[in-house]
Design a protein around this ligand. Sequence first.
Ligand code: KG4
Ligand code: ZN
Length: 339
Amino acid sequence: MKDVYILAIESSCDETSASIIKNGNTDISTVINTQIATHKLYGGVVPEVASRLHLENITLVIDECLKKANMSMENIDAVAVTYGPGLLGSLLVGVEAAKTLSYIYNKPLIKVNHMMGHICANNINQKLEYPLVSLVVSGGHTDLIYMENESAFTYLGSTLDDAIGECFDKVARILSMPYPGGPNVEKLALEGKSTYPMPDLLKDDNYSFSFSGIKSHVNNLVHNANQRGEEINKADLACSFQNAVTNALVGKTKKAIEKYKVKNFAMCGGVAANSFIRNNLKEMCDSLDVKMYVPEKKYCTDNAAMIGAAAYILYKNNKFTDLSLNAKPNIQIDFNDFK
Ligand code: KG4
Ligand code: ZN
């Protein structure tokens, strides 16, 4: 089969990104314009501001991506885009850009689920082996998924309330650290010890997660200490929090790996950039003789390369869409995309 070059676009949250991916595994060029500096001013992503910035940047990012690859649209085999889940206004900018390119240059259009993109980030520069259990940990999701092969999934469980990345961001805010909080909490936790008691996040015998309780617990600890005029050791608190959520991720993932008797585990999503969580999951996998896949850090947080990697699987299966494509802000991983 000849080489397949996919131009992928991602704009579901606060990163405007375009990427050219060869054969679903080789990153020819990726450009990411992050809006973090702007949203930091407000303590989190402001949807209206995000969509406006996507609009300002989308054509520049696509142009730069093609230039960096030294390619033109004529060399592209298909255009792929994230159509959900995400912020409606943000998604629409990417979807409209992709539809326009597909129409003008007469290229097949592929719609990609953002969460599928996160999982497929694991195919860049490596190759996932199946069957596997995948843990998607991002600002919007905490999902455990069983995959029999690259297009067959079973949802095992997800968060009943806050996503883990969202929880990291809120804890950072309680500890007066800027958005996005995850990397800051991780850094601070390195300086501390796990001394604060935390709720048991593993008490329910299922694959669901719940992080709103621990967030309130951290908030109450800080609030009560402030009222009593007591000093909080922020590093110890960050460390105790990170330990507790890591134990939950490791415990539930281990349970899924054992139940489904898989020998492969794939972690992904923005929170997969957290070295403490990665290391703990790796240790658990090693103890079970399970191979752990995790994307390079730059492919953990939102990027278009992962969308191109997922799109390649759809391309091979002739799963194209037409210009009636619309953004779908609230979808889960859509298994029908692959059927
Ligand atoms: O996947 P992503 O870029 O966007 C979504 O699809 O949500 O994930 C962003 C999330 C944010 O909540 C951010 O705080 C978190 O990933 N994150 C981290 C780390 N790096 C990013 N959380 C914990 N530790 C990190 N090192
Ligand atoms: Zn994401």
